[in-house]
Design a protein around this ligand. Structure first.
Ligand code: NAD
Ligand code: UGA
Length: 456
């Protein structure tokens, strides 16, 4: 075997990333370990723990050949020379920095395990998203033993998006590798460059100092989220000014300096990372006394919360200011299409608010119902789960489309309308439906950032 690679953390990043490395580098032996035995068992089964288009095929082709999933963390550390760490780094929920700073406890535990079980020098690669300067802490923990074993720390943030992870890993916009500018730092960097060079064009593999690399990841997510908050803020103005946010974003996005992507107005961004990473950035700025900079980025998160609450208020306003006792169908619960992930999904907030208004809700989603059940456990109110979207809408007063699953575009809307309570409403939180057609059938249609089409 050419290289022996370990990844600690078998989540949304560790699993797919290592499957891609194993697939593209048949001469590397890749092992993925996790403290969660159920997760590892799922990776070793036909029912993978995460849904990603193309992932089943990728894992089937590599598992047992040069890709292995295991709970044997100590052995993994002992037997491998290159260690990716992709454990979770959620927002801290306690103590100093609660609600803002990154919770680095899983990260630090991993560093200490690497220190304890290593019997030879290793390259340790930050794959998780971390506050800038985390590598320094990692170096201090790892290089405190005086036994001749050395650790080179690299930063190699992951930019994949869920739902398109396999494609993003196969054809990344760039691979970023941050290292120390020492002899051993440069050598470690080259080892990682060589792995990616098996399938990524050389010009797309860029290197930088470690701090720039760590920060670039936070900034990339902050910029992406900022675009969404920008267009969502404008969607509020469009609704007042009878402008159409889709027309505005098309016109704005055709400026090649701005570009067309990530300008879809919505119910707000979700996902495990945007909010946490921006809050992490905000916390860092405040730590360095940069309050104006912190306020600027914090406003991206504030607009996101505002957009979700605005969606509920629009529903209330349209439905005669009361939702109590009304049955409302949610089309989609995942935070975006093509994933079963519901972490920080705006659907969680919207479902909770609807229940607070004493509506009865019917949740529908092709991949996320299991997670939805967990997310809504313990919340008071009447909740039903129906996978088929047309059946889910039966007898409902309104449909709220929350995830842009393709399957919602081409349903039999006449049949759905006929089965609903009247007047029937559609709130299209993703602007993906044919609004005119729905209106002609009889629905009152409320898109985001566009004038509503109503029969009143
Ligand atoms: P995840 O929660 O899906 O997976 C993390 C895994 O690490 C879990 O299975 C957990 O059991 C395991 N773990 C925690 N502590 C451990 C330990 N001490 N030893 C072994 N395993 C341990 O998280 P994720 O979505 O894969 O994200 C991981 C990191 O990657 C985060 O920092 C995140 O910000 C970043 N990231 C995520 C995405 C994404 O799309 N989800 C994209 C880019 C970057
Ligand atoms: C995002 C980034 O796109 C990845 O590059 C990054 O690696 C990842 O976060 C991470 O660090 O975790 P992800 O959250 O999986 O990926 O998905 P996105 O496609 O970015 O969507 C995030 C949210 O924004 C979704 O809720 C989506 O519906 C919403 N969105 C996206 C909009 O509301 N409008 C848009 O125009 C685009």
């Amino acid at each position: 075997m050419e290289k022996r690679i370990l990844c600690i953390g078998a989540g949304y990043v560790g699993g797919p990333t290592m499957a891609m490395i194993a697939s593209q580098c048949p001469r590397c032996r890749v092992t993925v370990v996790d403290i969660n035995p159920e997760r590892i068992a799922a990776w070793n089964s036909d029912n993978l723990p995460i849904y990603e288009p193309g992932l089943d095929e990728l894992v089937r082709a590599t598992r047992g050949r040069n890709l292995f999933f295991s709970t044997e963390i100590e052995r993994g550390i002992r037997e491998n020379d290159i260690i990716f760490v992709s454990v979770n780094t959620p927002t801290k929920s306690f103590g100093l920095g609660a609600g803002m700073a990154a919770d680095l406890q899983y990260w630090e535990k991993t560093a200490r395990q690497i220190l304890e079980f290593s019997e030879s020098s290793k390259i340790v690669i930050e794959k998780s998203t971390l506050p800038v300067k985390t590598a320094l802490a990692m170096e201090r923990i790892l290089n405190c033993r005086e036994n001749g074993i050395c650790f080179d720390i690299l930063s190699n943030p992951e930019f994949l998006a869920e739902g398109t992870a396999v494609h993003d890993l196969e054809k990344p916009d760039r691979i970023l590798i941050g290292s120390r500018e020492t002899d051993s730092g440069r050598k470690a960097r080259q080892t990682l460059v060589d792995i990616y060079a098996n399938w990524v064009p050389k010009e797309k593999i860029i290197t930088s100092n470690i701090w720039s690399s760590e920060l670039s990841k936070l900034v990339s997510n902050a910029f992406l989220a900022q675009r969404i908050s920008s267009i969502n803020a404008i969607s509020a103005l469009c609704e007042k000014a009878e402008a159409d946010v889709v027309e505005v974003s098309r016109a704005v996005g055709m400026d090649s300096r701005i570009g067309p992507k990530f300008l879809n107005a919505s119910i707000g961004f979700g996902g495990s990372c945007f909010k946490k990473d921006i809050l992490n950035l905000v916390y860092l700025c405040r730590h360095y006394g940069l309050d104006e900079v912190a306020d600027y980025w914090e406003s991206v998160v504030k607009i996101n919360a505002y957009q979700q609450e605005r969606f509920i208020r629009n529903m209330l306003g349209a439905m005669f200011n009361t939702l109590a006792g009304k049955r409302i169908c949610l089309w989609g619960f995942a935070f975006k299409a093509n994933t079963g992930d519901t972490r920080e999904s705006p659907a969680i907030f919207i479902a909770r608010r609807l229940l607070e208004e004493q509506a009865e809700i019917v949740v529908s989603d092709p991949k996320a119902l299991k997670n939805a059940r967990t997310d809504l456990t313990g919340i008071e109110g009447r909740v039903h789960y129906v996978e088929d979207p047309s059946r889910a809408a039966e007898g409902c007063h309104a449909i709220a489309l929350l995830t842009e699953w393709d399957l919602y575009r081409n349903l039999d809307f006449q049949k759905i309308f006929d089965s609903m309570a009247k007047p029937a409403f559609i709130f299209d939180g993703r602007n993906i439906l044919d609004h005119r057609r729905c209106f002609d059938i009889g629905f009152n249609v409320y898109p985001v950032g566009k004038p509503p089409l109503t029969h009143f």
